[in-house]
Design a protein. Structure first.
Lengths: 309, 314, 265
């Protein structure tokens, strides 16, 4: 085990983490702001990748591909939103249904093929894992950090506008939001659209970064997204309280997730155990807030006994 | 103080020892396999056996499995590139694509790839990539398989093509063999399932055809029991693209050996590592030989007479 | 001002849990009326308020505010006419948002919410600060605090302010002091009266406290089994005592008041 090799692997893990962090910011919008568990993302991320791969290989500009991926992702969110609000299907199930349907749609997008290559030798892509150790603006870390920063700025602006506040109120207390004249159904649909647009955008970046889009490329994405949200809250939650701070935490959470994965690989662990390890890592981070509150209440109880005595 | 000195000394010894130890293996090879699967496992095994036979102690092979997550492929590829391995063997399409995206310098050999032109999106395919990638193709002899189907079932009218829509190579094979089968006068109908959940019902639908053909398909290979439970009671014969599927639910196959394919890839790796062959000009290699095989029990059950040049699957 | 014409509501019709919550409610309020509502358990007091607010659609009858039929309007659209305070202090505010965010949300009740304009302006902050001072709870110094950190009484006072920030045509108070301790409850009630008086609001207040019902408002109605059985107007109410109310109830309903939380004192 050579520590230099590990450090050499960090840039790759970091850029992969930042790209997944963008996806995790989408998950944060539904999971934390709207208080909805949206499983659409496993499908919409692949949709974003598929759309981008098809457009780029057809000769379109990569920026244009990102934009279209974002819009198509919003459509995915719209479908889940309609399932949930006008058809009254519970949010989790609505997301699963859309995710299921998206499998077929993603195949259609990719012309019936399960996998489309994005050849970095042939097309101009915005990010590629090839340049991750290059010291220039073509480094995917530079690009993805810039994109994340712009995204966080836009979201900060939006969630402070009149409608952004209405969206936050919808997630915080639906009854209160309706009493203030907010159409909570439309707000939820819009939130789902925004979140899935961002997720598909991340999928479009990922397809360029990894050099292909695949119908299975986002299998289990929701787990990585939630893991990033929770790791970010556990590790940095104390430091950053503002809204932008929270979104930065999410992005950093995803980076930590991939750094941990990279360290595990470097330790030479049998990769057959990778999924078990992923589950354990996420479980531990999920448990930390619980343990903390338990320890806190125990301390408080002890203190109480002393004061009584 | 003495303690510190002795500690330093022993540390030096360890470092020296590890350097001395590290000098012996000359080549470091990373193997990135997409998912745990019989055929892919066999290819990896063949690859390792070939290299070990040729290079013995001089090679260290690091096998890593993405467990079916293409995101893991990128992480593992990054690990190999960061470790500056001498060669990467990528087993299955997304593994090759992720590795290609990760490095333009380290030689990459693919295996279990059906069509390199599609997998790497290369126009004007000449048999070589022209960059740091070569490898072996698992393209089954589709024309031979079509002829085999014709040899065994000349009277049949319709052929159901059963495959998994999630697999990049299956659609390609189905499209290819359709051409040959149509030429032979059959009517081809594709039946695609998305995952394990609808294997049974899609197979059920495919049973309306006279004969069923299943290409080299990883998902089908994993659910042969499910398929057999449908086709056996319906007494529908299945021609399979590879031996694993044939054993589980088919009657006959014209097969390649994934072990042999992996072995051939290992020999290519040896050429690159030890003999300094230029990977960008190495032609993609195909399976060296094909074998006609049949599944004895099922043929007897269906009352099929199999020509003598077929080998019974053990 | 408000006309409720023979509304009926049955929950879970045709099932074992069928509940005829509103059997036939007919009520007409004049501009500036402050009606207190009392009644036993399950008499339909809260159900009537929720029917007006549009939490669920009614089975028959109609509800008209200021000449506009709102019977078919969804809850969020009716919010333009209504200010609401709930029994549970958690219901009226968004706990994870700040005091000023909550006020800003309430300030835009019934208005278009733009995705471009700021959710709260500095002028508004000044105005909110002045309004919060009226509550006398020191909340004007904690405008950036999350509402979840406030006590129940503070939250109810804030909800009350939110409900009246944008003058509603009708203020609905659904036992809004029931979850508070007596001292806080009386403080919130005084504030309620003050706000209603200052803004000349029309209001309906459900209460389980007979004394409060007599002390506040200019009209009192009593509900039983989904209908209004007693309606006392301004002139009569002034001289009414708790015992009179109890007698009236027993006389009209044929049974004793069974509200286990009903306070006579």
């Amino acid at each position: 085990m050579d520590i230099a090799k590990l450090f050499n692997a960090f840039p790759g893990a970091i850029s992969q983490g930042i790209i997944w962090g963008i996806m995790a910011i989408g998950v944060y919008i539904t999971f934390r702001i709207l208080d909805v568990s949206d499983l659409t993302v496993d499908g919409s991320m692949a949709t974003g990748g598929a759309v981008a791969a098809m457009l780029i290989t057809a000769g379109y500009n990569a920026w244009f591909a990102l934009l279209v991926a974002f819009l198509v992702g919003m459509l995915c969110g719209l479908v889940t939103g309609i399932f949930h609000t006008t058809m009254g299907i519970p949010a989790i199930l609505a997301g699963i249904l859309t995710q299921l349907a998206l499998y077929s749609i993603n195949l259609r997008i990719m012309d019936g093929k399960a996998n489309t290559a994005v050849n970095v030798n042939k097309f101009h892509v915005l990010v590629t894992s090839r340049n991750v150790r290059v010291l220039s603006f073509s480094n995917p870390i530079v690009f993805s950090v810039l994109v994340t920063a712009v995204l966080i700025l836009i979201l900060c602006f939006f969630f402070r506008t009149e409608y952004g506040c209405a969206l936050r109120a919808t997630g915080a207390n639906g009854a209160m939001a309706r009493a203030q004249g907010i159409n909570t159904n439309i707000a939820k649909v819009f939130g789902l659209m925004l979140a899935n647009g961002i997720v598909a955008f991340a999928g479009a970046l990922l397809a360029q970064y990894q050099g292909f889009a695949d119908v299975q490329m986002a299998r289990g994405a929701i787990v990585i997204g939630l893991a990033a949200v929770i790791i970010g809250e556990v590790v940095f939650g104390k430091l950053l309280h503002t809204f932008s701070g929270k979104l930065i935490c999410v992005s950093l959470g995803a980076v930590i997730y991939y750094l941990v994965m990279q360290i595990v690989l470097w330790l030479g662990l049998n990769t057959n155990d990778l999924k078990m390890l992923t589950a354990l890592v996420v479980a531990v981070f999920l448990a930390v807030p619980h343990w903390k509150s338990k320890a806190f209440s125990r301390m408080a109880a002890q203190k109480g006994v002393l004061e009584d005595a | 103080m003495k303690k510190i000195i002795s500690l330093m000394l022993s540390l030096c010894l360890i470092v020296l020892g590890s350097v001395a130890f590290a000098e012996n293996p000359t080549y470091h090879v990373g193997v990135l396999q997409l998912v745990q699967h019989v055929a892919l496992d066999a290819a990896t095994q063949g690859f390792c056996d070939a290299l070990n036979e040729k290079l013995g102690d001089q090679v260290v092979i690091d096998v890593k499995n993405a467990s079916g997550d293409s995101a893991n492929c990128t992480t593992i590829a990054n690990d190999f590139v960061a470790s500056q391995v001498d060669l990467i063997m990528a087993n299955a399409t997304p593994a090759l694509q992720a590795t290609m995206a990760a490095t333009a310098d380290i030689p990459i050999l693919g295996t279990s790839i059906t069509d390199y032109a599609t997998a790497l999106d290369i126009d004007d395919w000449q048999g070589v990539t022209g960059f740091n990638i070569s490898g072996t193709s698992d393209l089954a002899p589709l024309d031979g398989q079509a002829n085999m189907l014709h040899e065994l079932f000349p009277e049949a009218k319709t052929v159901g093509l059963l495959y998994c829509s999630a697999e990049p190579n299956s659609k390609y094979q189905v499209d290819e063999i359709s051409k040959y089968l149509t030429e032979l006068g059959y009517e081809c109908r594709p039946y695609a399932f998305a995952d394990s959940n609808d294997v049974a019902s899609v197979t059920e639908a495919a049973c309306e055809c006279d004969v069923i053909y299943i290409p080299t398909d990883n998902t089908a290979a994993s659910y042969t029991e499910t398929i057999a439970n449908v086709v056996d009671p319906a007494k529908k014969p299945v021609i399979a693209g590879e031996e694993g599927i044939c054993t589980g639910c088919g009657v006959a196959t014209l097969t390649i050996s994934y072990y042999d394919l992996g072995y051939a890839t290992g020999l290519m790796a040896y050429e690159v590592l030890a003999n300094g062959a230029d990977i960008s000009t190495m032609a993609i290699e195909y399976a060296p030989n094909f074998t006609k095989k049949y599944q004895k029990e099922r043929c007897e059950m269906l009352g099929l007479t199999i020509p003598e040049d077929y080998l019974a699957i053990e | 001002m408000l006309d409720i014409n023979h509304i009926k509501k049955t929950f879970n019709p045709g099932t074992i849990t069928e509940k005829r919550a509103l059997t036939d409610v007919d009520l007409h309020l004049a501009e500036g009326d402050f009606v207190t509502i009392i009644g036993g358990n399950g008499a339909g007091k809260s159900t009537m308020l929720n029917a007006i607010a549009g939490v669920f659609p009614v089975d028959s009858g109609n509800i008209i505010i200021d000449g506009q039929d709102i019977t078919r309007l969804p809850e969020y659209k009716r919010a333009a006419f209504l200010g609401r305070v709930f029994q549970d202090p958690m219901t009226g505010t968004a706990a994870t948002m700040t005091i000023e965010d909550n006020l800003a949300l309430a300030y835009r009740r019934g208005q278009h919410r733009s995705p471009w304009k700021r959710g709260i302006t500095s002028n508004e902050k000044e105005m909110f600060r002045e309004q919060l001072k009226r509550l006398g709870l020191g909340l004007e110094e904690r405008m950036n605090a999350r509402v979840g950190l406030l006590s129940g009484g503070q939250r109810q006072a804030l909800t009350l302010l939110m409900a009246t920030l944008q003058k509603p045509k009708l203020l609905l108070l659904d036992e809004h002091t029931a979850a508070l301790d007596p001292k806080t409850a009386s403080k919130v009630l005084h504030l309620t009266r003050e706000l209603i008086r200052d803004s000349h609001l029309t209001a309906m207040m459900v209460t389980h406290n007979m004394k409060d019902a007599l002390q506040y408002g200019n009209r009192i109605i009593m509900m039983h089994e989904g209908r209004i059985i007693v309606d006392v107007d301004r002139e009569t109410k002034v001289s009414l005592r708790v015992e009179d109310l109890l007698n009236m109830f027993e006389h009209t309903s044929g049974s004793a008041l069974d509200n286990d939380r009903m306070l006579l004192g």
